[in-house]
Design a protein. Structure first.
Length: 240
C-alpha cells in the first residue's frame, strides 16, 4: 500500500528526535528491541490505522463534511506502535504547541531512552520504559502538576495498564490525576483505535467547526466515525 502523503504530513512535525525521523518523505522510527522500521514494515501496520473506506462513505454524504472528504479521500487516523508512548506524549503535549511537545519528548528520550547499538541516521534511542520515565519525570521542563501526571501515568503503565488497539483504557486514564477528556479521547483515537473518539474542546477541532460554520452539535451526524471527522477538521483551517 502506498503511504498517504497526508499521513506523513501529520507524523513529520510530531517526530520525536532520537526515535523518529522523516527524510525525503520516508518516515522511520525505532521500536522495542532496537529495530528501525518504516511504514512499509509489517511492524508499522498499527501506525497506518484502520481502512478509512467506511468512514469516507459515511462522512462523504454529510452536507457539512462532504466537501472536505472529497478533497482528502482516504484520510487516515494515525495509530501508534506503542499506546503507552502515545499516552505519555499526549500528556506532555497538553496545552503547549506541537513543536514544544516534540522538544520535551526528545529530551525525555535522550535522558531515559535505551541507546541503539549504532545510530541509524538521526535515530539514536528507543522510547524509554515506563520505569525509566517515572524516575526522570520530576526533572522534565514542565509545570509541576504535569510532571506528576507523567509520573503517575508511567507508574500505571509499569503496573500493567495496557493501551492497545481494540482495548479499554479510557476509564483508567481518567482516574489518573491531570488526565481529562481531551487526553483520554486522543489516546482512544490513536492508540485504542476507537473510530468514534471525539474531542469537542480541542482548539483545532473548534477552528475547523468555525470554518465550516457549525457547532459541536453537528458531530452527532458523524457517528460512529467522529475520529475521522477530527482529522478532516484539523485539516480544514489549512485548506484554501
Amino acid at each position: 500500500m502506498a503511504v498517504p502523503p497526508r499521513l506523513i504530513a501529520f507524523l513529520a512535525p510530531r517526530a520525536v528526535p532520537g526515535i523518529e525521523e522523516v527524510v525525503d518523505g520516508v518516515y522511520r522510527r525505532t521500536i522495542a528491541g532496537g529495530r528501525v522500521i518504516d511504514l512499509a514494515d509489517p511492524a508499522a501496520a498499527p501506525i497506518l490505522g484502520a481502512d478509512p473506506a467506511a468512514a469516507d462513505a459515511h462522512l462523504g454524504r454529510d452536507p457539512v463534511l462532504g466537501a472536505l472528504v472529497a478533497r482528502a479521500p482516504g484520510l487516515r487516523v494515525p495509530g501508534t506502535v506503542d499506546g503507552g508512548e502515545l499516552a505519555i506524549r499526549a500528556v506532555i503535549g497538553q496545552q503547549i504547541s506541537v513543536a514544544a511537545a516534540r522538544t520535551i519528548a526528545g529530551r525525555l528520550v535522550a535522558v531515559a531512552g535505551q541507546p541503539l547499538a549504532e545510530p541509524v541516521g538521526t535515530l539514536t534511542h528507543t522510547w524509554p520504559t515506563p520505569e525509566a520515565i517515572a524516575e526522570v519525570a520530576p526533572t522534565l521542563p514542565m509545570p509541576r502538576s504535569r510532571r506528576r501526571t507523567v509520573a503517575a501515568l508511567a507508574q500505571a503503565l509499569a503496573g500493567g495498564l495496557r493501551l492497545e488497539r481494540g482495548g479499554e483504557g479510557r476509564e483508567e486514564l481518567l482516574a489518573l490525576p491531570g488526565i481529562g477528556p481531551w487526553t483520554a479521547e486522543y489516546v482512544a483515537m490513536r492508540a485504542l483505535g476507537d473510530p468514534d473518539a471525539w474531542m469537542p474542546t480541542d482548539l483545532g477541532v473548534r477552528h475547523g467547526l468555525a470554518r465550516l460554520g457549525v457547532g459541536v452539535e453537528a458531530a452527532d451526524a458523524w457517528r460512529p466515525y467522529r475520529a475521522h471527522a477530527v482529522m478532516h477538521l484539523w485539516s480544514a483551517p489549512r485548506d484554501p
